[in-house]
Design a protein around this ligand. Structure first.
Ligand SMILES: Nc1ncnc2c1ncn2[C@@H]1O[C@H](COP(=O)(O)OP(=O)(O)OP(=O)(O)O)[C@@H](O)[C@H]1O
Ligand SMILES: [Mg+2]
Length: 251
């Protein structure tokens, strides 16, 4: 079975760039020739709607119940397929396999051997979906705004990670990604300095700047790369290298 890293973007806090990061990192990997399966685990389906893939027959809810990924996926671009979110996913609490069984659908994708990365976008609601993403991931990326209140959100997520580690008797690998940085307030400087000192090993070196082009690209339904030569695009490219490094891959 091919060892395909599973990377999820998780934070119980909303609006912290989980979907933006999942889309743009998928796009960087795909453009560098890595085959990516992006799974939309958010019932709000932002990533799916972004790619015009709302209302598909099969969604990530079917996939988690055992439907083959080849029936659920949609080709988005060269090297990038998406398993969209949809109505079935709304019933996740009822239909998702428990924490110990949830790795099976992922392993079937691994057996198929076609992809280099599986990337998961998650909702902000606590519950079975985030817990499943944590359980199946080789790398949990926690996007956070650079302020002290947002660090509480990181702590909350790490609490969920620890509970799952205990249940599954495994060590999870996670890393914090500071997003929307550069707003030039003094709290941000304090947070980033503190994080560089205290969290150096679990913090990405690359931050993602607050970049109005990101918002505009989103509104236009484009990844930042397909929209403009904005700073955030260069930053996501560098970040992709760090992510590859943390999953033991070259990019
Ligand atoms: N680097 C950035 N600079 C400026 N705006 C950004 C940046 N990254 C994301 N945004 C904007 O912030 C908003 C929230 O981003 P996004 O939807 O990716 O967050 P999320 O964590 O997935 O939210 P949710 O919890 O609602 O799913 C969007 O309007 C997006 O365009
Ligand atoms: Mg989102």
């Amino acid at each position: 079975m091919k060892n395909i890293p599973v990377i999820s973007f998780c934070n119980h806090k909303g609006g912290v760039g989980k979907t933006t990061s999942a889309l743009n990192i998928s796009r960087v990997f795909a453009s560098r020739g890595r085959k990516v399966l992006l799974i939309d685990f958010d019932p709000n389906a932002h990533a799916s709607l972004f790619f015009g893939a709302g209302g598909s027959k099969y969604d990530s809810g079917h996939f988690m119940q055992g439907k083959n990924h080849t029936a659920c996926r949609i080709k988005i671009m060269e090297n990038l397929d998406l398993i969209p979110a949809g109505r079935e996913l709304f019933q996740a609490e009822k239909i998702f396999p428990g924490i110990s069984g949830c790795i099976k659908p992922i392993n079937r994708v691994r057996e198929y051997g076609q992809y280099d990365y599986i990337i998961i976008d998650t909702p902000s609601t606590a519950g079975i979906i985030i817990n499943t993403a944590i359980a199946v991931s080789d790398l949990i990326i926690i996007p956070s705004l650079p302020d002290f209140l947002s660090l509480q959100g990181v702590n909350l997520l790490l609490g969920a990670v620890q509970e799952i580690e205990k249940k599954l008797k495994k060590n999870s690998v996670y890393a914090i990604l500071f997003v929307m940085t550069g707003k030039q307030d003094s709290q941000e400087e304090d947070v980033l300095r503190w994080a560089s000192e205290k969290l150096a090993s679990v913090k990405f070196r690359q931050n993602i700047s607050n970049d109005p082009e990101c918002r505009a690209a989103w509104a236009a339904g484009k990844t930042i790369f397909d929209f403009s030569a904005a700073a955030a695009g260069r930053e996501y490219s560098v970040l992709a290298g760090e992510i590859a490094e943390r999953t033991g891959q070259a990019l």
